[in-house]
Design a protein around this ligand. Structure first.
Ligand SMILES: Nc1ncnc2c1ncn2[C@@H]1O[C@H](COP(=O)(O)OP(=O)(O)O)[C@@H](O)[C@H]1O
Ligand SMILES: [Mg+2]
Length: 256
């Protein structure tokens, strides 16, 4: 078997106020997986993703990316890591008054000198790459529109295109469809699956709805109180597991 793209070893995150969000989490991710993290609100899902791409600094433990520990790297190396491990968020985080194209080009900022990019001097190669990914998420014709004139689902697709222009190896998605209606959820999830399958980009997504997990995940990890309580196939999460993960039965909670 080839080396995992990511190896998380005994990852601990204690926030300055003393909250232990991760209490020693260990797991591997193989290249090409579509791994989904589930768990109640507050179980540590966002903290985990943020420790992986160093939006947060882990308290202890290791995050091996292609075999190299990135949990303590500093400065320029952190920026390199964030480029290779891109992220999308529940609320899209686009710049509202800017065009779709300009938002997508932001993904190239790590490559272009800052001064150059402030003045809009992106190379043709940057622009072509932006267009290519807007096309991949089916939204090329919106390139000149202002981002805040798009629907939620379209905005998330722009965020995906922006992440892709970084040429990431891993895409982290923190509740990517939590703000969308059910039909739009599927459209966005379908594009994420295409990114996974067509581009071979490894995806780690935090998701709320088990129905989506069963449809899209190749593997599931469940967190509870900062610890892993389940690791395996989405198909094997039966009523008993559900109760262990969420603390209540499927009949008592609208999470399906
Ligand atoms: N910046 C922070 N400072 C202090 N505590 C935090 C911070 N962010 C999250 N937490 C706490 O860490 C725990 C895990 O939170 P989080 O990772 O956001 O969980 P989830 O994404 O599963 O809802 C929660 O108890 C939360 O209140
Ligand atoms: Mg969260």
């Amino acid at each position: 078997m080839t080396e995992p793209i990511l190896q998380i070893r005994n990852l601990v995150k204690t926030y300055p106020n003393g909250t232990q969000a991760l209490k020693g989490v260990s797991f591997d991710v193989q290249k090409g997986e579509f791994l989904v993290i589930i768990g109640l609100s507050g179980s540590g899902k966002s903290t985990l993703l943020r420790c992986i791409n160093r939006l947060h600094d882990p308290t202890s433990g290791e995050v091996l990316f292609n075999g190299r520990d990135i949990s303590q790297v500093q400065g320029e190396e952190v920026r390199t890591i964030r480029r290779k491990i891109a992220m999308i968020f529940q609320h899209f985080n686009l710049i509202p008054r800017h065009t779709v194209m300009s938002n997508v080009l932001m993904g190239r900022l790590g490559f272009t000198g800052t001064v150059k990019s402030i003045f809009g001097f992106f190379s043709d190669q940057d622009k072509n790459s932006a267009m290519k990914y807007l096309e991949l998420v089916g939204i090329k014709e919106k390139a000149k529109m202002r981002a805040d004139n798009l629907s939620g689902g379209q905005q998330q697709r722009v965020a995906i295109a922006r992440a892709l222009t970084q040429n990431p190896e891993i895409l982290l998605a923190d509740e990517p469809v939590a703000s969308l209606d059910p039909a739009t959820c599927h459209t966005v999830m379908d594009y994420l699956r295409e990114v996974n399958k067509e581009l071979g980009i490894t995806i780690i997504a935090n998701l709320h709805f088990l129905s989506l997990v069963r449809e899209y995940a190749t593997r599931v990890i469940a967190l509870k109180g900062g610890e892993i309580v389940y690791q395996g196939s989405p198909k094997d999460i039966d009523e008993a597991w559900f109760e262990r993960i969420y603390g209540v039965g499927t009949k008592d909670i609208r999470i399906n």
